[in-house]
Design a protein around this ligand. Sequence first.
Ligand SMILES: [Zn+2]
Length: 249
Amino acid sequence: MTMTPVMMSLLTTIRQWIDAMTDVIAPRRCAVCHRVLGHGEQWLCRACLEQMPLTGYHSREFKFNPMEQLFAGRVPIERATALFHYRRGDPYASILHDIKYRHTPLLGTWLMERYARQLQQIGWLDGITAVVPVPLHRSKLASRGYNQALLLARGVAQAVPDIEVIEAVKAIRAHATQTHKNAIERQKNVQGCFAPTDDAATRLADRHILLVDDVVTTGSTLEACAQVLLEAVPGLKISIISLAGATLD
Ligand SMILES: [Zn+2]
C-alpha cells in the first residue's frame, strides 16, 4: 500500500498525539538534570546538552591528546577520541550508569550518532569502514540483555552509512569487575578474556576499523581487544572511540 500525503500527515498527527499522551502519563526527563523534557528535546535537555564537558580530543594533535597518549607504547593505533569527560560524581557520569544499568542504551546510540556525524564532517572518520564493539561475555549479556558497546557502534553506523558494524571480537572468559582495580590489576584481569571471531581475519584484512567502548579508564579492555585483532588480522589499522574518557586530563 502506498502512503498518500494525507495518510502520512494523519499518521504524524497520531504519533504526536501519542507522544503527548505518554508525556502526561510518564514525562520524559533529562538524563542529566532530570528536568521534564520540552518539545523537540530528546534524552537530554538543551542546557545539559550545551554544557556537556566535551573532550575535543578529535581536534587535538597527539601531544595534546591524552587518550592517544594513553595507548602509546602499548598498542599501535591511528587515532583516539571520546565524546565527554567522565568524572566520578559528576552529573554527566549518570549517562554511563543509565546506558549500562538502567536499560536506556539507546541514549548511548543517540549520543554516539550525533558525535559520529560531527566527526565525519571534519574528516576524522575518513578511511574507516567498520566499527567493532568491545564484546560482553555471555553471562553478562544474559543478565543485562544487551551489549551497550554494540549499541554505541550502531550509532556510528547510523550516522555514516559507509561504516558497517562487525562484531569481530568475542569475550571468551568473564572477568571480574574492573571498578576497584588499578591499572596493572586491570591489565592482568582482562588478559585471556578476548579472542577474534572465526571470520575476523577475512572480514577485516587491510581495513581501518573503529573500536568502540562506553568508557575509557586505564584503556586495558580496549588494549586487549586491539591486541587480539592485530595478531589475527593482516594489514589491520585501528582507531578508538568511546562515549566518555575518565579524567585523562
Ligand atoms: Zn538537563
